[in-house]
Design a protein around this ligand. Sequence first.
Ligand code: ATP
Ligand code: MG
Length: 491
Amino acid sequence: MSDATSPSARGTREPGTGVLTSHDLGARARELLRSHPVVVEAGRRFTEAGHELALVGGPVRDALLGRPGVDLDLTTSARPDDIERVLAGWADTTWDVGREFGTIGARIGDDVLEITTYRSDEYESGSRKPTVAFGDDLRGDLARRDFTVNALAVRLPDGEVVDEFDGVADLARGVLRTPIEPEVSFGDDPLRMMRGARFVSQLGFALDETARAAMIDLVDRIEIVSAERVRDELSKLLCGADPVAGLRVLVDTGLAERVLPELPALLLERDEHHRHKDVYEHSLTVLEQAIALEGRLERAPDLTIRLAALLHDIGKPRTRRFESGGRVTFHHHDVVGAKMTRKRMRALRFSNDLVEDVAKLVELHLRFHGYGEGQWTDSAVRRYVRDAGDQLERLHILTRADSTTRNQRKAQRLQRTYDELEARIAVLAEQEELDAMRPDLDGNQIMAALDIGPGREVGEAYRFLLELRMDRGPLGEELATEALRSWWNAR
Ligand code: ATP
Ligand code: MG
């Protein structure tokens, strides 16, 4: 990955916007306001009440990049009580996003606004939560933001773009730079280092060299940040457009050593015979290949498959054995890896469901390799399906993605064998649906409906109802009884 100070990145190439003329800038800001009239109205109301209001951060950045934005984040000179006073009688509902942080949420029609009082937050040394001081001007608020591209604002209601820290230029170059000295900024809130890696993944931007150097210097400070905040940034990084680039930032700066040490641990020194591949690079490739297969899922990006792909081999360093003849083995790295996955994901406070889903995928990622040339019995195939449970589709993706051989023929053979396994699963599933099919009435109900005792006729009636069920699908008790009686009478 090129860094921000290399000549190619200093020019005007993507992944930034290229050049942004002041004409483009004005047009995109106006477009942002046109598509969200509610913020203009909010601007009018705040101004009338004697306060300043501006769109800030994500929505401004994304609008100037020409990307669809998600949230409407606003910043204001008004204190939380005043924010509520202005919103009262206009917003449908308001709520505290975090009063101590000065953020009020508001829903107006279909729009959701998050309005935060100007602030300047700092960690007290050793504390896990930022202490917050409210500020009085927009510039001060913008100075406290993480990166210059997030420190852009659009004043409301008039739409003036406020660019105090050359964020527009950084947006154009695709560079992440802190508005103030990075040591001070990252020292105040070390989570900003994680956010830097996150935006590398989400925006395809490069970290400015001074920011990167500060990250390396201050990497230990990440320890004071709560696991939940780290988890949220890691999740966003993984679900970004280029998670591999973001992960490399984490590993290269040493952040990963603190928040996800299992990842740099994959950088095994290779044995002198080069009998096994670099597990770290392999894992990143599997992640990319899994992402390429996400189309098979209902929704993408999919955090579960991305975590599973990244972590599937974390049991390898601990299980590596050098056998005689230069052979290397990793026995039970699937089981060990699943345990390590649970431990790390729990420490990062991921939800129990997500932890179990990812751990299951890690544990099952090798199972297919016992399939050989297709020698599994039907019952082995059924067990595979049962053990995967609701993770079956993801297991298909992970197993296919876990082939990074350069040998084309070998790769194709693996994919074909897996096609075959999937086909067998489909056939078995269909058969089992048929096997499970029952008529709408059971023997006792048939005897009651026809007022007959046990005998040959009950079997005949049963077969009639089964045929009916196959032809017409489930009918329910009443209709089935009616149909049974008319069949009986016509007989
Ligand atoms: P997205 O909402 O797409 O994840 P975003 O840039 O809006 O991206 P948020 O986490 O919603 O990110 O934060 C909103 C804005 O608040 C950011 O754009 C940034 O200006 C500022 N911000 C958020 N977290 C921090 C932080 N830890 N330090 C400094 N500024 C921050
Ligand atoms: Mg946001």
